[in-house]
Structures are given as structure tokens and as C-alpha cells.
Design a protein around this ligand. Structure first.
Ligand code: ADP
Ligand code: MG
Length: 729
């Protein structure tokens, strides 16, 4: 883009945009889930016996027979056609980013030369998308490129535009998962089973434990015109060059600030559409960085929450374009200011309440609370490296370890109250605990206050913080599918609870009272998982060293962190919980390494191009103007006076040469490093080479490009600058 064009684009972006949000005629309670085939609609559109069967399928995992499926499809079709739907698609989450869909019309031949609208149970339940180009990590060799998608009846179908969308899992014919949903559902089943067993020590009637997820989605908005003028943003989702804006977030005036009108219009539109799709949007606000915002819904069952997050991310992108924006979900679109994460608020609950909630009323509830807290900590302690592996990516790597985001070490913040309670319990002597009756124990520990729910002592530097009645896994990236983190966390907690139960049952078998046995094992575990507990400043250098001493995983290189999936402890845990086989883990790691490499490869290509055909030519042109000026000064002034007058420009000419010289030689090195890495066969080794030899060059070259941006005439500079990109009018 020529510089004149840049001014045009920037000028456009800064003009006041027309703000057009239709005033909703209905209240949210009226249009909520308008496009979702939820229970109320099932009841209305399905025969009573079919509805009852569906409830059994959804609640108890009963198997679905073809007759029921046919009847359900019939009702769905009627409902969807009333909303104008003409097509259906199986909607799934392959191991790429985002979701996949393939649309089929409702039409079928009627046998008389005409057409009928048709949608059968078979089409609803299972399809075979031609899936040979989705990543499989070698599970499906291309000649046997068969995979199928199968309906997930626990996540309701919905209509978008003219299409009935059916949430599905995506599996190879040999049974291995090719997506996120299949293993997530397995992890949720495992944690349900394990947590129900443990919850029954306290409440014998518990039938089911549900895993909850409330995500908080952070994002940036940029003007669409400016975005189009930044090839790096367009290709990689982040700016790979750009000097700090003089003003960015140092005044802390954006966080919770008033929302710009144009953005408010976007948010309103987004929320209405999200609510219509059954996403229970609740909170919206400005985030810390300029142009950064957050949307959070009310928490839901984890499988549904994951689907809703995937749906929301694609909705955000679509609605943003309608408002002349681009929505950036990259974890670090701009250097020097905050990146975007997606806090995953997680808890377990039964139909009577949240297991991580401290009621402070009686000791039985308190011991239940402590048991679930401690066993969660056991899981996080045992699998801290794996949990980190579940959230790393080439893009999230820019955020982790930076001085504004969770460090690349997983630890857990508990806060003063809970720390005191655990410590007291651990140190209490056996005779301090007396039992009045079977369920009434007197424990000389500080009363567990209800106040824990309002735990205000928030430590923003902790990647896994206890925040009242839940843990907040904060290291998850903005762009990520939450399922990755939720699979690892729920499976690890399931394993910890299975293990806990085995030890408690062994004591009971020896004749120990149940609650005493629970307490004994809890106290043992408080001691064991201590290394994971850290309430201090997670950003400090001292913590890195301390964490290493404690045996926590301190690896920061993304390709090496991915190795944690293949640790014996991980393979064993995933096998025990029936979530992944070793074969699946190996295949998925191949995909992770390959994805990492591709991301850096694309970055390196576009970055090299921009350096050579945008930056160097402009810097050289400006340098020539300066040289010309020096010559002219020398022509009209006596030489000693000319030397004084042109001194500054001569110095600038030198600086420009130094920067362009560095850029030119290092872009050559970058190309060479890529060539060397590309020749490596192993995906793991190749990713390591990209991490160690290619990625660092991007940073070192950028430094010089950003220096040039400060020197070169603004009128010549081809790319929109941070100060233009970051302030929406
Ligand atoms: P923050 O103060 O961290 O921004 P919010 O109060 O906005 O947190 O809540 C963030 C998310 O946590 C919301 O989605 C909320 O519904 C969810 N949440 C609240 N309690 C729980 C819980 N017990 N389990 C899971 N998620 C929860
Ligand atoms: Mg939060």
C-alpha cells in the first residue's frame, strides 16, 4: 500500500461510523434460545413417548434406537423449516482451529420426478464427511481416509441462517477421536463417575456429578480498513512489527472504561444473536488494553459451554465484519500491551449444589468441600506439566511468561482463608479431632467462613486460582478450544478421585470409620500436593527458581511442553480414565508439532516479505532524501558550516544503514534457518528447530524495523501504526 493510501484508510477509519443496532422489540427472556431445539421445543414438536426417550438419552446416556432417531428428526425438521431452514449440517470440532461443517439440502427425489423435503434419523445420527484433509496425525492414512461424525444428543441442535446445525463428534472408523468433543465427553464421563463415587461418602443419594465451565472470552477489535492494510495481521492474526504507541494502557483508563459507541453497537448486536442461539451472555466490559474487550456468559455444563464458546467465536468474527471491524482472537495481537486469554472457571456440582462451595454450616459439608479442593490440587500437582501442555500453542506462547499473563509454570493460588484451613487441618493432631456422632465431627480448625465465596484476595498472576466456589484456569488462550484444557483437567481430577477412593476404601476395609478414613487421606494429600500451592507473585524471577526446586514443570519451549502428553504419568492417567489411548496421544502430538511449525513458517514468510518489499524500500527512499539534502547543503554552504548543518542528517543516514543492514542480513538468515528446518523429517524435531532458530530471528529483526518506524518520515511509512490501530473512534 502506498503511503497516500495509508492516509486514506486511516482517515476512513477515524470518520464517525454510522451506528445501526436494531432496537430489540422483545426482551432477552423472550428471544433467548429462539433458534435452539431445546427441551421446551422438543416437548412441543415430539410425541410424548419420543420426548421421554430423548430425556433418558440426554440425562442417563441411554442408547438411541433408529425409530426414536427417525421420530426426533421428523420433529426437528418441522421446527427448523418453520424457521426457514433448507439445509442440515453436522457441526464438529476437528483438530484445526474452529469448527467444520458440510451442508446438505433437505431435498430428496419423491420417485415421481419431483422432490420432497426429507431428513431421516440416519442423517441425524451419523454422517461420513469426506474428511481426508482434516488433520489425523497419521491415524487415517489417506487411502483409508474414512471418518464419521456422530450426533451428540447432549448438546442441542440449532439453526443459523438457512441451516440446521447438529453438534457431532468426529471419529475415525477405527474408533480413534479426530476431534475435541469425543475425548471431552469421555473425560466428563470419567469425572462424573469418579466424583459421584466420592460424593457418596458424604451424600449417599448423589446420582450424578456435572462438570461446569464458565469461560471469559477476551478479544480485540480493529477497524476493518486498517486491518486490510496490515498483511501481517491478515495472515497471522497479529502485528509482527509496530512501535509502541506513545499512549497505550499506562493510564489504566481503558479497563472498565466507557465503551465506545461503535463498539457498544457491535456488542449489542453480538449479544442479541448469541442469546438467540442459547448462549447465556451476561457480562461485557472493556479490558486492560486499548481496543480490548471481554464477554462472559453464565457458566454451563462443560460440553455445552465448549460448544457455545466455539459458536460465539465464529459469531464474533461475523458480527464484527458487519460493523466494519475485525475481531482478533489471537493471544497477542500487539506487542507491549496485554494479550487475550480465556479464563476457564471450572467446578463440579451435583443436583443439590457445587462441590467446591464452602457452606461453613456443618462439618460434613466442610469435609466434602476440603476433599474436592484437595483432590483437585492433587490432580494439578501431579499433572502440572500436562495442564500446561493442554494450553500451549504457537500463539499463546507470546502471552505465557510475558510480564502480564500467567507464567509458564502451573501453580495454584488458594488465598489466605483456604490456606489457613488446609494448614490447620494438616497440622492438627489426631486427638484434636473428635467425633460426636457418625456425621458430626468436631474439628478444631478455623470455621470455614461462607465468606470464601467472596474471596476478594485475587491474585492475577496465578494460572490456576481458587476464586470462591470454583477454580479459574487462567492460562487458556483466547483463540483456543477450551476442550483441550477441559479434557486434561477433568481427566486428571477423575484420576485423583479414583485414587483417593481406592485408598479410603482400603482403610474402611480395615475397619476404619468412613469419615475418619476420608480425613486421614485428605490430610496425607494436603501434605503431598503442597508444592503446587503458591500464593506469591507468579511473575517474579525468584518463583521460577523456587518452582524448579519444588519439582514443578518450568519448561517454556512450546514444542517441548507438548512432550508432556507422552509422559508415562499422562499416558497412564488417560488410559485409566478411558480418554485417550497412547496411539491417539501420539497422533495428536504429531498434529500439535505440525501446527506449531506451520504457524511460525507462515509468520516467517510474511515477515520476510514485509521487510524486503515494504520496510527496506521505504527506509532506503527516505535515506536517499536525506542524502540528497546533505548534498544540497554542501552545495550552498561553506564546508565547515555545511558539516554542522548536515550533521544530524548524516547521523540518521548512518542509523538507517545500520538498521536496514541488520534487517537484510538477518532476513537471509531467517530464510536459511527455515530451509534447514524444513529438511527435518520428524515433526517434533522440526517444531523444535522452528522454535529455537526461526522464531528468535523474528524478534531480533523486529527490533530494527520498529526503530526505523520511529525515524522514517511518517508520510512514507506504509503500514498503519499502533496509535492508529489501537484507538477506535
Ligand atoms: P471475574 O470476576 O473473574 O471476571 P465473573 O464473576 O465475571 O468473574 O465470572 C466469570 C465466570 O465464572 C462466569 O462465566 C461465571 O458464570 C462463572 N462461574 C461462576 N461460578 C462458577 C462455578 N461455580 N463454576 C464454574 N463457573 C462459575
Ligand atoms: Mg475471572
Amino acid at each position: 500500500m502506498s503511503s497516500t493510501l495509508r492516509f486514506q484508510v486511516v482517515g476512513e477509519a477515524f470518520k464517525k461510523h454510522p451506528i445501526d443496532v436494531p432496537a430489540p422489540t422483545e426482551r432477552p427472556s423472550e428471544f433467548f434460545a429462539k433458534y435452539v431445539f431445546n427441551r421446551a421445543k422438543m416437548q412441543h414438536y415430539l410425541p410424548a413417548d419420543i420426548f421421554a426417550k430423548m430425556v433418558d438419552v440426554m440425562e442417563n446416556g441411554a442408547t438411541l434406537d433408529m425409530n426414536t432417531a427417525d421420530a426426533v428428526a421428523k420433529g426437528m425438521k418441522q421446527w427448523a423449516m418453520e424457521l426457514g431452514a433448507t439445509h442440515i449440517t453436522h457441526w464438529f470440532q476437528p483438530l484445526t482451529e474452529g469448527t467444520a461443517e458440510k451442508h446438505d439440502g433437505f431435498v430428496e427425489h419423491d420417485g415421481k420426478g419431483g422432490m420432497v423435503e426429507e431428513f431421516t434419523g440416519k442423517q441425524l445420527v451419523q454422517q461420513e464427511p469426506d474428511a481426508s484433509s482434516f488433520p489425523s496425525g497419521g491415524i487415517r492414512s489417506t487411502f483409508e481416509a474414512r471418518g464419521y461424525s456422530a450426533w451428540d444428543p447432549t448438546s442441542p441442535v440449532f439453526v443459523i441462517g438457512d441451516t440446521l446445525m447438529i453438534p457431532t463428534v468426529f471419529i475415525a472408523y477405527t474408533g480413534e477421536a479426530l476431534d475435541y468433543k469425543a475425548p471431552l465427553k469421555k473425560a466428563l464421563r470419567a469425572v462424573d463417575k469418579a466424583a459421584t463415587d466420592v460424593a457418596r461418602y458424604f451424600y449417599p443419594d448423589v446420582k450424578k456429578v456435572v462438570s461446569n465451565l464458565g469461560w471469559e472470552q477476551e478479544y480485540f477489535l480493529v477497524d476493518e480498513g486498517l486491518y486490510a492494510a496490515r498483511p501481517d495481521l491478515l495472515m497471522t492474526g497479529r502485528t509482527m512489527m509496530g512501535h509502541d504507541s506513545a499512549k497505550n494502557q499506562q493510564m489504566d483508563d481503558h479497563y472498565f472504561g466507557s465503551i465506545p459507541e461503535r463498539v457498544a453497537a457491535f456488542m449489542k448486536d453480538l449479544e442479541i444473536q448469541a442469546l438467540e442461539l442459547g448462549i447465556p451472555c451476561k457480562t461485557r466490559h472493556n479490558e486492560a488494553a486499548p481496543n480490548q474487550f471481554e464477554l462472559a456468559p453464565i457458566f454451563e455444563e462443560t460440553n455445552l459451554a465448549v460448544d457455545h464458546n466455539m459458536l460465539l467465536m465464529s459469531l464474533m468474527k461475523k458480527v464484527a465484519r458487519k460493523h466494519g471491524f475485525r475481531c482478533l482472537l489471537h493471544e497477542k495481537p500487539f506487542a507491549g500491551i496485554n494479550g487475550s486469554g480465556k479464563h476457564n472457571n471450572w467446578s463440579l456440582s451435583t443436583d443439590t449444589g457445587i462441590l467446591l462451595h464452602a457452606p461453613g454450616k456443618n462439618n460434613l459439608d466442610n469435609l466434602r468441600f476440603i476433599t474436592f479442593i484437595v483432590e483437585t490440587l492433587m490432580a494439578v500437582w501431579r499433572h502440572n506439566g500436562l495442564l500446561k501442555a493442554s494450553i500451549v500453542s504457537a500463539t499463546n506462547a507470546h502471552r505465557l511468561g510475558g510480564n502480564e499473563a500467567p507464567p509458564a509454570i502451573i501453580s495454584s493460588f488458594l488465598g489466605q482463608h483456604l490456606s489457613d484451613v488446609l494448614e490447620r487441618l494438616e497440622q492438627s493432631a489426631d486427638d484434636e479431632i473428635t467425633w460426636k456422632s457418625k456425621h458430626e465431627m468436631h474439628l478444631d480448625i478455623p470455621q470455614i467462613p461462607e465468606l470464601l465465596v467472596d474471596n476478594t484476595d485475587r491474585n492475577r498472576t496465578s494460572p490456576f486460582a481458587f476464586t470462591g466456589n470454583r477454580f479459574e484456569f487462567r492460562a487458556v488462550g483466547a483463540e483456543a478450544n477450551c476442550a483441550s484444557a477441559m479434557i486434561a483437567l477433568n481427566a486428571a481430577v477423575a484420576e485423583a478421585l479414583i485414587d483417593f477412593k481406592a485408598r479410603v476404601d482400603a482403610l474402611i476395609a480395615e475397619g476404619m470409620d468412613t469419615m475418619k478414613a476420608v480425613l486421614k487421606i485428605v490430610r496425607e494429600d494436603i501434605r503431598t500436593c503442597k508444592p503446587i500451592h503458591f500464593d506469591g507473585n507468579g511473575y517474579s524471577e525468584a518463583w521460577k527458581q523456587e518452582a524448579a526446586r519444588r519439582g514443578l514443570d518450568v519448561e517454556a519451549s512450546c514444542p517441548l511442553v507438548i512432550d508432556r502428553y507422552l509422559d508415562d504419568a499422562s499416558v497412564e492417567m488417560f488410559a485409566k480414565t478411558h480418554v485417550f489411548t497412547r496411539n491417539e496421544l501420539e497422533a495428536r502430538n504429531e498434529i500439535k508439532w505440525e501446527t506449531y511449525t506451520k504457524k511460525i513458517q507462515i509468520e516467517a514468510r510474511i515477515f520476510g516479505d514485509l521487510c524486503l518489499n515494504h520496510i527496506i524500500p521505504v527506509a532506503t527512499r527516505y535515506q536517499s532524501q536525506l542524502i540528497d539534502n546533505v548534498h544540497k547543503i554542501n552545495e550552498i554552504f561553506p564546508s565547515d558550516e555545511a558539516a554542522t548543518l548536515s550533521g544530524d542528517n548524516v547521523s540518521l543516514i548512518r542509523q538507517i544503514s545500520e538498521h536496514t543492514g541488520f534487517i537484510t542480513t538477518h532476513v537471509s538468515k531467517l530464510i536459511e534457518a527455515r530451509k534447514v528446518a524444513n529438511r527435518i523429517e520428524s515433526e517434533r524435531e522440526k517444531a523444535i528447530a522452528y522454535h529455537d532458530t526461526v522464531a528468535p530471528l523474528l524478534e531480533s529483526i523486529r527490533y530494527h524495523v520498529d526503530k526505523l518506524e520511529l525515524i522514517v518520515d511518517d508520510e512514507l511509512w506504509p503500514l498503519p501504526k499502533y496509535r492508529e490501530l489501537l484507538f477506535i473512534r
